[in-house]
Write a protein that binds this ligand. Structure first.
Ligand SMILES: [Zn+2]
Length: 486
């Protein structure tokens, strides 16, 4: 009897223990799921890998519904050889090689493609018998025709990039970045030191999307930001005048200009002639406690969240514990040199913000089947540039295209504003030529950022490329409007 009772007790104890352990596991799963929901959709790499085993993934298509990546046997296969190149740095390699990085569109859209939801990942029953999950197709906002046009325009520039987006709808029309790589053979892709994952810290930016993942000095395109901060601080600074004899000492710091501009009458002339001495002197007139916080409002030295994808955060100087930046960094950074670094996407957002007089939205790259995307207003993230400042600056930068140094970006009948830049890296690398242009007409709200790396070309030589891209966007908008009205 006693032995039987002891056996029964042991069995009862074992059953209780089993239930308690199972309940504990379940509680851990539920707490984790709640935490994931609270943090958004940011599951870990191993979570995705576990879902991939029992998911029927969606395909990836371009703006016209053309299939770029087809899902087969738990991985994605490129459907066309030509697309592989043009989209390589945008879409990225196999998600396992990019470690599901949100700097690649394949990595950023994995939750949609796999149909991942935390219920599937955190349901303990899936440990025994996984529930099948079905993913959605992902539609890139990028237009195949414009993507190819960018590839052609960059033919002579092995290291370069073009980023273009509709600043009122947020749709990215073009994102091309060179050097390309082959996402199948991986030729041209630089791996990290362990040879396991692709490298995002390659000094030449090989194989990565430079528009979002590569920090370049902005050169003179930064003068627009300095001008905006100055105008927000004191609008009468638009009439500030300055002498340029080619070199100057401002606050004890030696500033060199690329030319001798003599008397620069006002801010409009300074932007058009792109006078370094003017902007260093202008920056010296803005108190540090105005200038440095304002830079944050344009996304410099701040952590900005863009939504589903990641963008490298802009850098300006090396702030100390109090947020102060040295005078050298401040004055050289005011015209985009020294330690100032940015991405084409960040600059396109700033210029689009000015062109829209503060009513633009952040760019997005894709939508998942049937879901409408509501892009975030730029002013909610880039808390800078008043309506009046936007209007004043937009006009100055438009005059420069109509009848000044930016005239190669001129499009008849359009209000195009633009700014060139030639950025020095401060090391042995050759210059990067920039041109950023935006159309200010309501019907064609498009901004483009062209970067030509390691070139002897000046920023103005990137202007015709910007113009051809904007012209392509105008044609695309016209064609889509005509198709809608049919
Ligand atoms: Zn000058």
């Amino acid at each position: 009897m006693l032995i039987l009772k002891a056996k029964r007790n042991a069995r009862r104890f074992a059953a209780m223990l089993f239930i308690i352990i199972f309940a504990l596991i379940w509680i851990v799963f539920i707490v984790r799921a709640a935490k994931v929901r609270q943090l958004g959709w940011n599951l870990s790499m191993s979570d995705y890998l576990s879902v991939m085993k029992y998911s029927t993934p969606g395909d990836m298509l371009d703006r016209d519904g053309k299939t770029l990546l087809k899902a087969e046997d738990g991985k994605w296969t490129w459907s066309s050889r030509a697309d592989k190149q043009a989209y390589s740095t945008l879409i990225g390699p196999d998600v396992r090689l990019s470690a599901f990085s949100r700097y690649t569109m394949l990595g950023a859209s994995v939750p949609e493609l796999l149909g991942v939801n935390e219920r599937a990942v955190y349901n303990p029953l899936n440990l025994f018998k996984p529930t099948a999950v079905k993913g959605s197709d992902v539609l890139l906002t990028v237009d195949g025709g414009l993507q190819n046009r960018a590839v052609e325009l960059l033919e002579d520039f092995p290291k370069s990039s073009i980023f273009m987006y509709n600043y009122m709808s947020g749709e990215v029309y073009t994102s091309v970045s060179k050097p390309f790589f082959d996402p199948v053979t991986l030729d041209g892709l630089v791996m990290d030191e362990n040879d396991r994952y692709m490298s995002f810290s390659e000094p030449d930016g090989a194989g990565i999307n430079k528009n979002i993942a590569y920090l370049r000095p902005p050169g003179s395109t930064m003068k627009t930001v300095t001008a905006a901060i100055a105008l927000d601080y004191d609008s009468s600074l638009k009439d500030f005048s300055c002498e340029c004899t080619g070199t100057a000492t401002v606050n004890g710091i030696k500033i060199k200009c690329h030319s001798t501009h003599d008397t620069v009458e006002n801010m409009a002339e300074a932007l058009d002639k792109s006078c370094n001495i003017y902007f260093a002197t202008l920056a010296s007139k803005i108190p540090d406690d105005v200038y440095f916080p304002a830079l944050k409002d344009y996304g410099f030295n701040d952590v900005i969240t863009y939504g589903r994808y990641n963008v490298a955060d802009g850098i300006f100087g090396t702030p100390d514990r109090e947020g102060s930046i040295s005078d050298t960094d401040k004055l050289l950074g005011s015209f985009g040199q020294a330690t100032c670094r940015t991405t084409p996407l960040q600059m396109a957002v700033i210029y689009g913000h000015i062109a829209s007089s503060g009513s633009s939205v952040l760019p997005y790259f894709f939508t998942a089947d049937g879901k409408e995307h509501k892009p975030e207003p730029v002013h909610s993230v880039f808390n800078a540039c008043t309506y009046k400042t936007c209007e004043t600056l937009g006009k100055m930068l438009e005059d420069s295209v109509d009848d000044g140094s930016g005239s190669k970006a001129f499009i008849k009948g359009m209000h195009v504003m633009g700014k060139s830049g030639t950025a020095q890296w401060g090391d042995s690398r050759k210059d990067t030529a920039w041109f950023i242009a935006a159309i200010q007409n309501d019907s064609y709200p498009v901004v483009v950022a062209v970067c030509l790396d390691e070139t002897s070309s000046s920023g103005t030589s990137a202007a015709p490329i910007a113009r051809k891209m904007l012209q392509g966007a105008i044609d695309l908008i016209d064609a889509e409007n005509a198709a809608e009205n049919e």
